[in-house]
Design a protein around this ligand. Structure first.
Ligand code: TRH
Length: 384
């Protein structure tokens, strides 16, 4: 395969949060470690990268990590020979000098814009479309991840299901010890919470505090800490802090490295996730999830939310579907949803079928394909 012999450059501009680098990093290490490709990853914010992958040195211009050449994307941009395959993550706009160098390279690189993931039906129609550059003799292709065949599929390691199964079979006791926690007793629901600031959060915490069974909520340090501080009426919160209110035990975790965060999703009974990457990982975790879509102007994210809900609840019975839809929509601030106490009570009542559905869900994702495979195939076709 020619794509396997080609060199690859991936460009990542960290706009905000951790999704851009989280996805670029999973992609880069997948291509390098599984497919054996020569990958350079250009990142303009090594501090954000260091948060999700602490082995990254924040001040190194160039370093090798997990088989990937990680390069600091600084301006003015270094004069380098472009790779044969160039991936621009999320339309991040390549440096002008690099673009010019691409345009005089023969043959020109295969240039791909990796788009955001959406479950909306139009994705398959747009996947792979070309866009000629207005001035230069270059064509950019839009590559859409997605939930169906005919899209770019989803990021997943080839051995993800086996690793998760082995983790579950071995029991998560050692993992909980590593986080300074005991394994949950059978009656406890253990929840992870990764979210943007959210007006629905206080009512959710109230519902957990009023639950008839213990709920332990684990929160990696991040954007919801000020809201938790207010709800608890405490002066501050940091990793290791723990507070109890009624049935709820709230524990702050340090921000975890990406692999440890994946294991947290595998180990918890319910995961609140946000944005793009953690949402996909929570689906692969085969556990119930509640997704907070990245808020967009004009509430465009509600369409994304409803599109994923429609896919995710297919095959789930009517009462469980209603419970999942109501909780996700309330969490995302959609109007005309029941209040949070009702949403939570309905979810609890339907917990068994929802768990059953979540366990089977990864099999339903498989036909979409793995993004690294579909990408290599796509490039292979363009290099022919
Ligand atoms: O951080 P995010 O909100 O990123 C967002 C979205 O991707 C959104 O679509 C995009 O438009 C915006 O950024 C710019 O959520 P996401 O996508 O889940 O990315 C978080 C990453 O952080 C993911 O790779 C998992 C990782 N992570 C850790 O490594 N450790 C942790 O403790 C936690 C909570 C997350």
């Amino acid at each position: 395969m020619r794509a396997m012999r080609a060199t690859w450059d991936i460009f990542c501009n960290v706009v905000d949060n951790y999704g851009d680098i989280g996805i670029a990093w999973r992609l880069a290490r997948g291509l390098a470690t599984e497919q054996g490709l020569a990958v350079r990853l250009w990142v303009d914010d090594l501090h954000a990268f260091h948060r999700i992958w602490p082995a990254i040195a924040v001040d190194a211009d160039r370093q090798t990590c997990e088989g990937v050449a990680v390069c600091a994307w600084r301006m003015p941009f270094a004069a380098v020979r472009p790779a044969q395959v160039v991936i621009e993550a999320f339309g991040c706009a390549l440096p002008e000098s690099y673009l010019t160098a691409m345009s005089v390279q023969a043959p020109p690189p295969v240039w791909i814009n990796l788009e955001y993931l959406s479950a909306e039906p139009w994705v398959a129609e747009h996947h792979g479309l070309p866009s000629p550059h207005p001035r230069l003799p270059l064509t950019k292709y839009f590559f859409f991840p997605g939930y169906t065949s005919g899209t770019g599929g989803l990021l997943a390691e080839a051995d993800l299901v086996e690793r998760r199964t082995a983790f579950i079979c071995a029991g998560a006791a050692a993992f909980w010890r590593q986080l300074g926690l005991d394994a949950p007793p059978p009656e406890e629901l253990r929840v992870s919470l990764f979210a943007y600031e959210n007006p629905a959060l206080p009512a959710l915490l109230d519902a957990w505090a009023a639950d008839t069974h213990p709920v332990t909520c684990l929160v990696p340090e991040g954007r919801v800490i000020p809201q938790l501080t207010t709800w608890l009426s405490v002066s501050g919160l940091r990793a290791g802090d723990e507070h109890r209110r009624g049935a709820l035990r709230l524990r702050i975790l340090p921000f975890l490295d990406q692999d440890t965060y994946d294991r947290l999703l595998w180990a918890c009974g319910l995961n609140f996730v946000r944005g793009e990457d953690s949402c996909v990982r929570a689906q692969w975790a085969a556990r119930p999830l509640v997704w907070q879509a990245y808020p967009q102007a004009g509430a465009a994210h509600w369409a994304k939310l409803d599109a994923l809900l429609a896919r995710y609840t297919a095959g789930l019975d009517a009462a469980a579907t209603r419970a999942v839809v109501a909780l996700w929509q309330r969490w995302n601030g959609q109007p005309d949803t029941p209040d949070m106490a009702q949403c939570w009570a309905a979810w609890r009542t339907q917990q068994n079928p929802i768990e059953h559905h979540a366990r089977a869900w990864p099999e339903r994702l498989a036909p979409a394909g793995r993004l690294t495979d579909t990408l290599v195939d796509f490039v292979e076709n363009k290099l022919k």
